[in-house]
Design a protein around this ligand. Structure first.
Ligand code: NAD
Length: 346
């Protein structure tokens, strides 16, 4: 079987490709990635050169590229996206283009090629903020807050429309916040780990009490694998864990794991429209036999150790971020929206 993964040079995509190649020794994987600032071929340096892996550099919005990528592929896992909420606040257009137009292009080509399964990787952020005591079910309405979440909600609905209108066997996965190896160091956890390692401040938004459900990336990879094999066409599946923590809890866990002082915590003005809480009900995917295997308290030290051992992977990315106008280190010198853009996603 030949599988197309989009955005496979990113965080979840690269972990998923490694996971699939090791568990499916007969299969071939083609990775279509535009290599934006968030894409990095070094994340798959261990599989580059294998017969069963092929990298295709290109844009999911470009029709001939997508047609070429889809050629001979029976299944698709669509991870490619613009993913940083803060960047979506300053530049929504890039999010509409890749997340909506690009998803539409892929779905159309998947239909033309008669793919057997199309797993669309959406997000729990499409539901918007969850009131206290509520965990969203898959049927709940989508009320996204940020331009990122709105563009993902558009893509999610487009994917569903392709099942309803054309019978394309689409499966929608809505994972919660992920963390683990190979996550780009502008996102909350790798940003705080690498800052703390350098004794630099950890910029916590507002009161730091925004709560999210955190999932180790390996568990997400197993969920995507299961959905590809056993998800019901047209089905929507929340993918999350029980570990709901605040951004402050995350910050404390990182400081503890690295033995660094509380004085590194720096409160910064909150992100505009920052959702206070996300929560999803995962009984549907649990009924297929999935549950997270790596507890948060084990996954966090594992992740910290990975960043300690893999500085050559993240240091060049961090150096590039420092030169980037988005860069959070200099947020105090920028106008309000540029400042907002420099802060970590939570
Ligand atoms: N990381 C999370 O916590 C999380 C949680 C829920 C859902 N998701 C979703 O999972 C998917 C993967 O997220 P991630 O964290 O790995 O993202 P990422 O930002 O690490 O990687 C995105 C990848 O997509 C590629 N890409 C961007 N635009 C492209 C285009 N036009 N054409 C081709 N490739 C393009 C980038 O080069 C990059 O390799 C996304 O759809 C995201 O919305 C992520």
């Amino acid at each position: 079987m030949k599988l197309l993964v989009t955005g496979g040079a990113g965080f979840i995509g690269s972990n998923f490709i490694r996971h699939w190649l090791s568990g499916h020794p007969q299969d071939q994987v083609r990775n279509l990635d535009r290599l934006t600032y968030a894409g990095n071929r070094a994340s798959l340096s261990d599989v580059e050169g294998r017969d069963r892996y092929q990298f295709l550099h290109g844009d999911i919005c470009d029709a001939p590229t997508v047609a070429q990528a889809m050629e001979g592929c029976e299944m698709v896992v669509h991870c490619a996206a613009e993913t940083h909420v803060d960047r979506s606040i300053t530049d929504p257009a890039a999010f509409l283009r890749t997340n909506m137009e690009g998803t539409g292009r892929l779905l159309a080509e998947a239909r033309r090629h008669g793919v057997r399964r199309f797993v669309h990787v959406s997000t729990d952020e499409v539901y918007g903020p969850a009131p206290e005591g509520v965990a969203f079910r898959e049927e709940d309405p989508l009320t996204p807050t940020s331009p990122y979440a709105a563009s993902k909600a558009g893509a999610d609905l487009l994917a569903q429309a392709h099942f309803r209108t054309y019978g394309l066997p689409v499966i929608v996965a809505r994972p919660t916040n992920n963390f683990g190896p190979f996550q780009f160091p502008e996102k909350l956890i790798p940003l705080f780990i690498t800052n703390a390692m350098a004794d630099e401040p950890l910029p916590v938004y507002g009161d730091g009490l925004q709560r999210r459900n955190w999932l180790f990336v390996e568990d997400t990879c197993r969920a995507l694998e299961l959905l590809l094999q056993h998800g019901e066409p047209g089905g929507i599946y929340n993918v999350g864990s029980d570990s709901e923590c605040s951004n402050r809890d995350i910050t404390q866990a990182i400081l503890r794991a690295l033995g660094k002082p509380q004085s590194l915590i720096q409160s910064v003005a909150d992100r505009p429209g920052h959702d206070r809480r996300y929560a999803v009900d995962c009984r549907r995917i649990q009924a297929l036999g999935w549950e997270p295997k790596v507890a948060f308290d084990d996954a966090m030290p594992l992740t910290v150790r990975w960043y300690q051992a893999n500085r050559p992977w993240w240091q060049p990315l961090k150096d590039r971020l420092r030169e980037d106008s988005y860069h959070w280190l200099h947020r105090s010198a920028g106008p309000p929206m540029v400042q907002a853009a420099g802060r970590p996603q939570g």
